[in-house]
Design a binder for this molecule. Structure first.
Ligand code: SF4
Ligand code: SF4
Length: 234
């Protein structure tokens, strides 16, 4: 039986109030087969609880109601449910991103399109909030992963604009270039990176990284001071 993913959140679309039921009827399945992309994003944060894996166990194919097959693939892979090799059928249906956000709230964090990521580390060096890290596995030393998704600042897709391979996806971003809507987004030239970061992007990123270490060290030292200060009163 196919799994239906309700993923359309284009800013130009209109909300269907009973979208899941309409979609299920259109695909000839029960409403239980329909999974909302924001629920997927929520459970992908906790792959160890097995909810996502159980939800998609036995799915022979996916129907994605929306405009983001790349985002859906990357999000499912992030949650430990790779759908490589499965058929994904695209169904266009009208929904409204802003209305969904207001009604339910959505978890905001980046996912990585593994088919494009080169492991360059730009995202890791740029992010001041330690969302990314290099894989601890030495064999995968050039792979970057989203290690602390909840550190990401809701609504900001800054690092996705700097990814040279256009591999970073914010599934709930309204911009097609950043939300996985475009199947083959253009790679960004070194000149574009320089435009965003100045003449010497690598130096700027190195400075950000040093600043990040400084912020981390400051916090640590503050915590140490607090620990000494309050050790007698706790
Ligand atoms: S900036 Fe893009 S290509 Fe480089 S490691 Fe991050 S996701 Fe991969
Ligand atoms: S959007 Fe900002 S906070 Fe979130 S991962 Fe990218 S750089 Fe870090």
């Amino acid at each position: 039986m196919p799994k239906i993913i309700l993923a359309s959140m284009g800013s130009r679309d209109r909300l269907l109030v009973d979208g899941a039921a309409v979609l299920a009827a259109r695909c000839g399945v029960s409403a239980e087969a329909v999974v909302r992309l924001d629920d997927v994003a929520e459970h992908a944060l906790h792959p160890e609880d097995g909810v996502l894996a159980a939800c998609f166990a036995g799915a022979s194919s996916f129907v994605v109601a929306g405009s983001r097959p790349r985002a859906v693939r990357a999000l499912l892979a992030f949650g430990g449910v790779p759908c490589d090799g499965l058929a994904i059928e695209w169904v266009a249906l009208p929904f409204d991103h802003e209305a969904l956000k207001r009604e339910y709230g959505v978890p905001w964090y980046p996912v990585i399109d593994r088919t494009r990521c080169s492991g360059c580390g730009t995202c890791r060096d740029y992010c001041l909030f330690s969302v990314y890290e290099h894989e601890p596995d030495a064999a995968a030393a050039r792979r970057v992963r989203v290690a602390a998704p909840l550190n990401c600042k809701t609504g900001c897709p800054a690092c996705a604009r700097l990814c040279p391979e256009a591999a970073l996806i914010f599934p709930f971003c309204a911009e097609a270039e950043l939300n996985g809507e475009i199947a083959e987004p253009a790679r960004r030239s070194p000149e574009a990176l320089a435009d965003a970061l100045g003449d010497d992007p690598m130096r700027v990123l190195a400075e950000r990284r040093a600043k990040k270490r400084l912020i981390d060290r400051d916090k640590f030292e503050q915590a140490e001071r607090d620990r000494v200060l309050y050790s007698g009163v706790l």
